[in-house]
Design a binder for this molecule. Sequence first.
Ligand SMILES: C[S@@+](CC[C@H](N)C(=O)[O-])C[C@H]1O[C@@H](n2cnc3c(N)ncnc32)[C@H](O)[C@@H]1O
Length: 338
Amino acid sequence: MHKQIENVRQDVGPNSSSFVLDFDDSLVSSLGQRQPNLSRMRAEFRRVVKQVRNDLRQPRRIGVQIEWFARERDEKLLAVGIDHGLRDFRRVFSFASGTSFHQQIFPDATLSLGFSATAMHWLSRLPATLGDHVHVVGAHGAIRDAFAAQAAADWETILLHRARELVPGGQLVLANLCIDEAGRYSGGSGGHDTFGMFARHWRTLYEDGTITSHELHRATFVQYFRTIPEFRAPFDDPASAVSRAGLVLEHCSSVLTPVKHFTAGAQDAATYAREFIASIRAFSESTFLDALEAGRPQTEREAIVDRFYAAYEAEVAATPEDHRRDAVHCFMRVAKVV
Ligand SMILES: C[S@@+](CC[C@H](N)C(=O)[O-])C[C@H]1O[C@@H](n2cnc3c(N)ncnc32)[C@H](O)[C@@H]1O
């Protein structure tokens, strides 16, 4: 029985990243089989992600969009994976599920290794809207508390679902965006804060009469970057539901990975600004498109969002060294002991 299930693996919140492909590559290699054509797979994954993103330009509610995005893309990426390499592997079988990680994805006691990178900062619901900012990193008091409470409840739910899915002795490897011990987070690790910039440029659109006050307030990321103590909390309490479900934290550390920095001489400011904005637009555009009234024609909605990013890009081009992004992760290894 154990032999039958020992290689069941899961990647929740997958994407086109080399992170997950390298991870899968090393696991496939560990089965002693030949290498897949990774560069072809990566190129094709990127093409599919871009295509799905373009298909997304329809007004929808944020939560619905996230789920739809995950489901549609997972199905297409599964097809890519099978067409470009995985089908060549004996004893390797691919499955994609459109199920949110806020729900149980696998049956009880079937999962050997669960993996997730850079995804669990997306909350299951928006606990509050922000009047003067677009992200909870800029919130205080009761509003910040409401996000923290939602993030704690979601974290427990995510872990309890994984606890049910894991076999005894199974493990989770998680790389989640966090606020590290020095208070740094992705977008807020030095130079201009990305979310502060978003908030300022979005407000400019309100002040020049382009968007309504309703649209100003609707632009709120359904995200929360947990602190290290918040990630640890369910494990540090032996009486918590997570500890009682048999999950034990075996490793926890924060890691800052430099991702985008301007290097004078290596590239020109305009190119850096274009690439910088493209990389942050990928995860942020749906939040701003969704904030606009559904009654606006689609071309108008896109024009407003284009103008928003163009203004930000001009600012990056003027002072590229002040705009950078680091990935700030909390790396965790969790074992299921009973
Ligand atoms: C920044 S990407 C990270 C992708 C990849 N794991 C990596 O390391 O680059 C976040 C992903 O999480 C997915 N996601 C967000 N909320 C989710 C949820 N509730 N369930 C499953 N996936 C979700 C998004 O669709 C997106 O693909």
